[in-house]
Structures are given as C-alpha cells and as structure tokens.
Design a protein around this ligand. Structure first.
Ligand SMILES: [Zn+2]
Length: 243
C-alpha cells in the first residue's frame, strides 16, 4: 500500500502537503506555513502528524513548525545548511541522507539556489518528490541565495527522475508561470495545450499541482533551458514579466 497525499491550501497560494502512510499510521506535514488548518486537515482524517519535513527556511514553509510540534510532539526534519534559520529542527539532513515515513524511504537531494540550503525529498518507491520552491509547474524558484548555474544543475537533476514522478511543489503559480512559458517558447504546442487545461482548471477553482517530471520536461522553460545562460536570461525575464 502506498502513501496518501492531501493538499492543504493556506495563505494566498501556498500548498502544505499531508502525507499519510496507512501501514505505520505515520503522517508527515511538508512545509507547514501555518499550523491550524494543517492540524485540522489531519484531524478531519483521523491522522496525527508525527513528522514535519521542511525544504527551506522561508517563513511560509516553517511558520507552523512550533505550534504543530506543541500540539502533536512530532519531530521536525530540515536542511542542515539552514539549521541556524530553522530553530525548531530536530534532525538536520543533507545530500543523500535518508528520512522515513514508516518503512518508506525518502532521499534528500540538495537543490540550492532559491535559498542556499534548499533540499527536496524524493520517495522512489512512491514515485513522489517534494520540491518546495525549487521546481514549480512551468516555473522555478527565484534565485534569492544562489546562481543560475546552481538552478540549471537542479533542473537537470530533477529532470533525471522518472517521467511519471509526481512533483509536489509549494505554491499554485502555474497560470502565471504558463503565461511566461508561452512567451519564452511561443512555438511549443505542449505549453499551449497545457495552458488550455490550466486556465480551465483555475476558472473552476481547481488546483494544478501536483505536476509530473514528464510534463515539466515538455513544458517548463527553465527545465528546458539549453544552457546556464539561457536559464539565467529566462529567470531574469520572468522576474519582471507582467502577463
Ligand atoms: Zn521560498
């Protein structure tokens, strides 16, 4: 039996992910921006949060840590390189480290650039990756603490995961990203087709995440950039894009 993953929309456009393993009864909250709606979503399903996994130190990813821990006694795992900025961490992890939900293994992948110590969690047996603010549907995170070269390497790394890997990113940015993607690659029919679906989903109030590695390989102008220079130019253009 595999994990069950539930989306908890919070703040303006954040997604907190609740992952439950029915075998062990464990529940992980990934990047809890806030506590109350995440605790409520778990409680509504009869789940108790046993762990928090953080991808990076930004407040809209760790803001619920302390209150969820106070309510549940959960353990909190996050990037060793950002431990000074995440005082609630119990376990500090880095490239190649393994974290578990029950018997299910997640491998830590370092993907610095959005923040200097940003990590992703990959669960190969589940075909699932939690990527925080590194990879978005048709987008990538802003380069607040790193370089285009680092983000280019991150994109290559994530692109090498199996095409059917479900990618759980932390924001609903797809429509805005897609508008830029259409400008970056105007002849890419896959982007045109995807945007039809995204626009319809958003008009109906539906989420567009998770995405998949295969879909991103076909439609994401940052994952598709042919060089560091092209990624840098696209990131700079997107930073000021008003679609
Ligand atoms: Zn962030």
């Amino acid at each position: 039996m595999g994990v069950e993953i539930v989306r908890v929309p919070v703040l303006d456009d954040n997604y907190v992910w609740l992952m439950h393993d029915p075998e062990s009864g464990e529940t992980v909250a990934v990047d809890p921006a806030v506590a109350a709606p995440v605790l409520a979503a778990a409680q509504a399903r009869g789940w108790t949060i046993s762990q928090i996994w953080n991808t990076h130190w930004h407040a809209d990813h760790i803001g619920g840590n302390a209150d969820i821990k106070a309510a549940t006694g959960c353990t909190i795992t996050g990037p060793a390189a950002e431990a000074a900025k995440i005082p609630t961490l119990d376990r500090k992890v880095a490239e190649g480290d393994v974290v578990r939900i029950g018997a299910i293994v997640a491998t830590v992948i370092e993907v610095p650039a959005h923040t200097a110590g940003h990590i992703a969690y990959h669960l190969p047996s589940q075909g699932v990756a939690f990527v925080g603010d590194t990879l978005f549907a048709m987008g990538c995170g802003r380069l607040f603490e790193g370089t285009a070269g680092q983000m280019y390497a991150n994109m290559a790394r994530l692109a090498a995961l199996p095409d059917d890997t479900l990618v759980y990113c932390a924001h609903e940015y797809t429509q805005g990203n897609g508008r830029y993607a259409l400008v970056a690659e105007p002849d890419n029919e896959a982007i045109v087709a995807r945007m039809r679906q995204v626009n319809a989903a958003r008009a109906a109030g539906e989420a567009t995440v998770p995405t998949t590695i295969g879909l991103e390989r076909a439609t994401n102008p940052f994952m598709r950039a042919g060089s560091v220079e092209e990624l840098a130019a696209r990131r700079a253009a997107k930073d000021v894009f008003r679609g």
